[in-house]
Design a protein around this ligand. Structure first.
Ligand code: FEO
Ligand code: CA
Ligand code: CA
Length: 630
């Protein structure tokens, strides 16, 4: 396969290609499939009954009942699927583009040029590529958006290069500049929402921005390089996927598929064992190593240990140095959802988005005091990993020196290995986690996992069918939720159920792949990914799945955004994205009269028309009557 072909792969498919995990025997597959059916029919129904007895709701059992429908809390009429190249929202709502890849954040940047994919020299002065997680901040009278630029689209960013492959240091620098994070001021005026060009808050953070490494791994030998013998100063943040917002008003950006940026110019280089669990190998996605030795693992063997973290950024201070919080572990971070325990401990829920990897929770040792110092809160604490039991209970297993035999620094760097040692539950690709603001419960989108019941994860952990991962070769995904014991997110025990199993009832009828009972022909979707709660406690769900509208996915259309009611299980479709795109990132203005969502990797003609380059964009959604939207 050529580089050009691999540019078109999703990140998880690319990973799978680099490092195929061992096949199980056909006999194992047959047994697993059989168990999955029996497990589902017995286990989930029993769980549903148990959940009812515990007062946990009945979402899996008839949540689309007439009673639920008449008490709907949705302020919109659900929309049908779409297969076209634009955005659709319900009647009474409108959408508009706020900002696109290549739009100026500073007036000294060049105007976007569709012939070149934008000016290379000022590529760190414009809005970056592939908008993903984002958070809204209010700083005095200013409204700021901090937003991730997850990865590059080289065929669009370097349209004059054969297959978009970088051929110079300048090309690599351009791709590095278009990724990372943007902080920008926005304001609403006569002509709607606009970026405040040249605002002193505007800032681009790229693959070369100086960062500080903090927490247990900082200064460890595994983080030292020739350029940074202290192991405490790194450059850049990579593959910034989901986001989070701390109680003290800083932005958390999460490094997901960081492995894809590192490669070797020496084909004979012996890849260290610890790289394999993370999918780091001789080949990179964008050939950085050919022109930037920092990304050449044969020259800088520790550089990949300095990526894969959650990074804290203060959007209110454009001169601040972002901090990599190693205590939150190193893996393919999706998002970082914060909550406070009853006594003020900071809880951060974290997902590792890879087939058969884990779901985590960090609990700070210190407590948050409004106005107090917060700098050490995310450096000093305990990381836990989730273990789900089939009876609807679960526990958070502490990753400590005692439980893993690893030092705090080692388990912060090789977190996946630590979690394997304690026997955590292998999950169906944990994407976003969202904490309900009006109930003590949290939700995680398990997007899909074609290897469930088929292959181990890269660490050799089995991926049995059962618990919150009830379907073999899971192509549709589900959303698991948990209820911490004692209504305290710090508590090490929880109860859980499934809020929804996505599926296709038209294709699969009543079997498990038809989805849970709150899925029907009118609201079906696949691959839940982004999630956020609005202030009413409604769960907004974004999808990143198969938008072929064929076969198993017939009738599901383009990727979309739906809204679910945790109290009833009702789910309705609110927005459809343009064909080819994924709907990413979601936030609201301070007055809650505007919602912002990302349209990532659209295909032309979105948004600029035929013959133009497709451009990832943030869209703003409003109600025509300017009423509250979230
Ligand atoms: Fe970047 Fe797992 O999504
Ligand atoms: Ca995602
Ligand atoms: Ca995804």
């Amino acid at each position: 396969m050529t580089n050009a072909d691999t540019h078109d792969l999703s990140w998880d498919d690319w990973d799978e290609l680099q490092r195929p995990t061992p096949e199980e025997t056909e006999f194992d597959q047959v047994v697993d499939r059989a168990l999955s059916r029996r497990g589902f029919l017995g286990g989930i129904v029993a769980l549903g009954s148990g959940a009812t007895a515990m007062g946990l709701g009945t979402s899996l059992l008839g949540s689309t009942s007439a009673e639920a429908m008449t008490s709907s809390r949705f302020g919109f009429k659900a929309i049908p699927i779409a297969t076209d190249s634009t955005v659709h929202v319900p009647e009474g709502y409108t959408w508009d583009v706020l900002v696109r890849w290549g739009d100026k954040l500073f007036s000294d940047a060049a105007d976007f040029d569709h012939a070149t994919g934008g000016d290379a020299a000022t590529s760190d002065r414009v809005f970056g590529e592939n908008t993903d997680g984002m958070e809204f901040f209010s700083v005095g009278d200013h409204q700021l958006i901090a937003v991730n630029h997850e990865y590059a689209n080289p065929k669009l960013n370097l349209p004059n290069n054969k297959d978009g492959i970088p051929t110079s240091a300048e090309d690599v620098k351009k791709l590095q500049n278009l990724q990372g994070v943007t902080v920008m001021e926005v304001s609403e005026g006569e002509h709607g929402w606009q970026v405040v060009v040249d605002s002193p808050f505007n800032r681009r953070i790229t693959h070369n921005t100086p960062m500080r490494l903090a927490g247990p791994a900082a200064g460890h030998d595994l983080l030292k390089t020739d350029a940074d013998p202290s192991g405490t100063q790194s450059l850049g943040t990579f593959n910034n996927c989901g986001s989070g917002k701390t109680p003290w008003g800083t932005y958390l950006t999460c490094e997901e598929n960081f492995n894809g940026y590192f490669g070797s110019t020496d084909a004979a280089f012996a890849v260290p064992d610890d790289y394999k669990r993370y999918g780091i190998g001789l080949k990179s996605r964008y050939a950085y190593q050919m022109f930037d030795p920092r990304f050449d693992i044969s020259k800088n063997v520790n550089e990949p240990h300095r990526a894969g973290y959650v990074v804290e950024i203060d959007p209110a201070d454009p001169a601040s140095t972002p901090v990599k919080r190693t205590a939150l572990g190193r893996f393919k971070h999706e998002n970082a959802e914060c909550a406070l325990g009853r006594d003020g401990h900071v809880v951060v829920y974290l997902g590792d988005d890879e087939r058969g990897e884990f779901l985590y929770k960090f609990v700070s040792n210190g407590t948050y005091q409004a106005g107090g110092s917060t700098d050490g809160l995310l450096d000093d604490g305990t990381l836990f990993v989730a273990k789900f039991h089939d009876d609807g209970t679960g526990e958070w297993l502490a990753l400590t020196e005692e439980t893993t035999g690893m030092s705090q620094a080692e388990l912060s760097i090789f977190t996946r290995m630590a979690a394997s040692k304690v026997g955590a539950t292998t999950m169906d690709r944990p994407e976003w986690i969202a904490v309900n603001p009006v109930a003590v419960e949290a939700y995680c989108a398990l997007t899909n996992n074609k290897n469930r019941g088929i292959k181990t994860n890269a660490g050799g952990d089995e991926t049995p069918v059962g618990g919150p991962n009830p379907r073999a070769e899971n192509k549709y995904g589900q959303i698991v939720r948990w209820y911490p014991e004692n209504d305290d997110h710090v508590d090490p025990k929880f109860k859980w159920d499934l809020f929804v199993m996505a599926g296709n009832p038209e294709v699969h009828g009543g079997d498990t792949y038809g989805g849970s009972s709150n899925i029907n022909a009118g609201n079906m979707f696949n691959s839940p990914d982004g999630m956020a709660f609005d202030t009413k406690g409604l769960l907004w769900i974004q999808t990143d799945g198969n938008d072929s509208n064929e076969g198993d996915f017939a009738g599901q259309g383009n990727n979309q955004m739906l809204i679910g009611d945790p109290a009833t299980g009702e789910i309705q479709r609110f927005l459809t994205g343009p064909h080819g795109s994924e709907v990413t990132g979601l936030n609201w203005s301070v007055d809650r009269r505007s919602a912002f969502a990302g349209i990532q990797h659209p295909k032309a003609p979105f948004p600029d028309g035929d013959g133009k380059l497709a451009r990832s964009s943030i869209v703003v959604i409003k109600r025509d009557d300017n009423a509250l939207i979230g």
